[in-house]
Design a protein around this ligand. Structure first.
Ligand code: 6PG
Length: 243
């Protein structure tokens, strides 16, 4: 785990999301660049964050400067309930005045290998580079109960060091194909925020924070931004086993 890690613990999910949304507002205002590139995570946890951003900051965040990207996507159509894009569209994109050109979705309906290459190309064309990797201003990540993050699963840990920007991953239980941003890009971000809530994540979180032998098997353990800070936004339920 990165030594510049900060852990922010809040009483419940609502308070975590309030704090994180406020930080995103602050970051978006403080950025001198004319665009702020945010990499969104998928799964269920971000839904409350999207709702908070829509409800509270639809008029205060300068959405024309915000560009939304995805850290991973299921290889399904954008209308599918499993789509990370659909979740963001329903609860955020459709609720705020963000220009369509600022939405850079992974096209889950495309052939996976082709889409991994296409999306990598879109990232290369739009982001600045630090060294050989593109730089996201903010990467939002979730934590799977198996310790995965983005769609880098424990049985595909090699994707963390994959030379490419995007790769095709396979969910270990469902076999569902996914497109994921690789670890070297995630770790090249200016800042990485994990949003982790609920007792179901407490075991993995305690391993990542306190048990290096167990954590070494978990992709999320290797998130350690080389040029930025890592902050864990968690609630007490998820933090309950941390020493
Ligand atoms: C995805 C995510 C994945 C997610 C974790 C946590 O596409 O599923 O990007 O990395 O963040 O699985 O998911 P929950 O928030 O649903 O627990």
């Amino acid at each position: 785990m990165s030594n510049s890690t900060e852990v922010k613990i809040y009483s419940d999910k609502k308070d975590v999301v309030k704090a994180l949304a406020k930080e995103i507002l602050k970051l978006s205002k403080s950025s001198e660049q004319n665009r702020f590139n945010i990499l969104l995570s998928g799964g269920n946890t971000p839904t409350e964050l999207f709702k908070r951003l829509s409800k509270k900051y639809a008029e205060t965040i300068e959405w024309d400067r915000i560009h939304l990207w995805w850290g991973d996507e299921r290889c399904v159509s954008p209308e599918n309930e499993n789509s990370n894009y659909k979740q963001a569209f329903d609860f955020l994109i459709s609720q705020v005045p963000i220009p369509e050109a600022n939405i850079h979705r992974i096209k889950g309906e495309n052939e996976p290998d082709e889409e991994a290459m296409r999306y990598a190309g879109e990232i290369e064309q739009n982001l600045t580079f630090r060294g050989t990797n593109p730089v996201f201003d903010l990467v939002l990540l979730g934590l799977g109960e198996d310790g995965h993050t983005a769609s880098i699963f424990p049985d595909e840990l090699e994707l963390f060091e994959d030379e490419r920007i995007c790769a095709v991953a396979t969910h270990p239980l469902s076999g569902q194909k996914r497109i994921t941003i690789t670890g070297k890009v995630l770790n090249n971000a200016n800042r990485v925020f994990f949003l982790v809530t609920g007792a179901g994540k407490s075991q993995r979180l305690s391993e990542i924070m306190n048990d290096e032998d167990a954590a070494k098997l978990l992709p999320a353990y290797y998130i350690s931004p080389t040029n930025g800070n890592l902050i864990w936004y968690i609630d007490e339920a998820a933090a309950q086993k941390i020493k």
